[in-house]
Structure formats: structure tokens, C-alpha cells
Write a protein that binds this ligand. Sequence first.
Ligand code: DHK
Length: 148
Amino acid sequence: MKTVHILNGPNLNLLGKRQPEIYGRETLADVEAACARVAEQFGFGIRLMQSNAEHQIIEWIHAAREEAAGIIINPGAYTHTSIAILDALNTFEGPVLEVHISNIHKRESFRHHSYVSMRADGVIAGCGVEGYALATRRMGSLIGGQKA
Ligand code: DHK
């Protein structure tokens, strides 16, 4: 069975507790459950990971080269700063979807630029945590899963 890796960057471990007016009250465990339900309909699996460390995210992207059919990534603030994560994603051959819970374009100007968007095949922003399930749905189309 194909697997899609859902990678999350800094501070997203606090999802549900951190600035709920921006990021909502659902947790990363809720996100994982919602994405798993969608993935199951398409016959693929998911693995959701979170780290506050840039190097760990890069290691996971490298591992995905062998282990994952696609990557869904919310790099948190590294979105706006990390050429290293962009370079790592450029080594990955499958589809990459970028998710932001908030609408980064409606926020501070330093959030408007995303290095990751230079690689992403699709970007979802401002749909709340539902954006992850939407990205999982899109991944089903991109990796050729059959809707059950
Ligand atoms: C999450 C973060 O942690 C921020 O640093 C980004 C993103 C936006 C989000 O909306 O999911 O700027």
C-alpha cells in the first residue's frame, strides 16, 4: 500500500492550544484521524510527523524518497525562511502539497513569501485544519488512488 507522509514544522505540536483564534482548537491527532479517513477511501496510508527542528524535517524528506508516494507539508515558520527544506523537497520525485492552516497572504508581510511554494505542486492556505484533509483528497488524485 502506498504511503503519504504528512510533515509538520515548528510549533504545530501545540495545535489546538496555540493561538486558537488563528489555528483553531483541533489538535494534530484530530488532523491525523481526518487525513487517515480520507486516505482510506483512496486506498493509501498516511504517516503524520511533527518536529520543531529543521534538520529533522530535512531527514524525513530524505527518508520519504524511499518510503513515500507523496508529501504533504506544513513547514510552519520554515516556510518563509528555509532554502534547505526547499532543496530537500527538490530531491523528492513524487507530488508535494503545501498546507497552511491560516491564510498566510492575509497576515504579516513576512509570511507572504514561501520558499516551499517554488516546489509544491499545490498549495492550500486559509482553510483551517480542514486544509490537510483537502490536501489528502488531492493527493488521492495525484498518486492514482481509487476512491472506494
Ligand atoms: C503555521 C505557522 O506556524 C506559521 O509560522 C506560518 C502556518 C503559517 C499555518 O498557517 O499553518 O506562517
